[in-house]
Design a protein around this ligand. Sequence first.
Ligand SMILES: NC(=O)c1ccc[n+]([C@@H]2O[C@H](COP(=O)([O-])OP(=O)(O)OC[C@H]3O[C@@H](n4cnc5c(N)ncnc54)[C@H](OP(=O)(O)O)[C@@H]3O)[C@@H](O)[C@H]2O)c1
Length: 335
Amino acid sequence: MRKINVAVVGASGMVGGELLELLESRRFPVGEFYPFNSGKKPASVFFRGKKYACAAPSFGSLKRAGIVFFVSTDEVAGKFAPRLAAAGTWCIDDSSRFRLEPGVPLVIPEVNGAELKPVKKLIAGPNCTLTGAAVALAGIHRKFRVTELRLATYQAVSGAGRAAMGRLEEELKAHFKKAAAPKLKDGKFPRPIAFNLFPQVGGFDAEGHSVEENKVEAELKKIWGDKKIRISSTAVRVPVLRGHSLAVWFKLARPCSEAELKKELLRTPGLKFFAKPEDYPTPLENGLRTKIVYAGRLRRAKTAANEFQLWIVSDNLYKGAALNSVQIAERIAGL
Ligand SMILES: NC(=O)c1ccc[n+]([C@@H]2O[C@H](COP(=O)([O-])OP(=O)(O)OC[C@H]3O[C@@H](n4cnc5c(N)ncnc54)[C@H](OP(=O)(O)O)[C@@H]3O)[C@@H](O)[C@H]2O)c1
């Protein structure tokens, strides 16, 4: 395969680190490699055994790449990606800046990979929370049509970046040293996270829904190409380091049996479904550097006819971010 020069904006971050490791382990045909960070503090990364210093990005420095991965902030993606894409550079953005922009494909390759087209050079990867549901229920939605979806999310701290992971570790250390919990000065979380959880991921809108809950709804509708489906969620941050879990309730347009759903789940691409109730996945066992989504505990809900429940776990940093981006790059490399 022909080599492609690759830039990673946010190479020193949580997702950036995973992305570099995946480009290497999956033998993506990287030619020249250009890592970037904010430039505010010195940072270096290792790639294919070589140490690279990160620098602040500029249009000229990014233009040298054939593919630019944006794993930094909405602002940085907004500043560079549209201009680069217009100039013919593939841009794969993991921030939320362009996810809902009309004309920008929001892609999970095994769900809607057909959205990838040579003329659409700017591609967005979805929020890490909905990825599990989008993959796990894709086949069921296609075949039986999900009309309503309710979710309770149990989101790992790494979903909020490296500093947030450090925050949990700091609070835990203080607890075991019997020291006072550190002050919430960095603004990463609204409440203490060690031995706690809170139903807030992002700020709240006028109706009281959080940013994360609104993202789950809007992005899932876009990925499944279905504006009619009704989605409501409660997003909860939990003291898990890595791996997001979801409890979902989904209503179907027509009656169907549990056996029919099991059959569909067992053949859904990118999903490992555990049919035995006691074989359910957990973030510690199934959310750490795992390349697929896991689901279990399928059962008929007691609240309505044609309503079922499922438990879903996925790695927020892999399938929820870095791996999904690399899979997009693998597809576009072949276009
Ligand atoms: N964590 C997840 O589970 C997850 C999942 C899906 C999507 N995402 C998205 O992926 C992106 C990265 O998240 P993360 O968790 O990896 O965050 P992170 O650990 O905080 O890393 C952020 C990275 O962006 C860089 N950066 C910040 N400002 C920059 C600027 N002005 N110019 C260039 N680089 C800059 C940082 O460099 P410095 O160290 O120099 O500041 C760092 O390398 C975010 O948009 C996030 O929403 C994250």
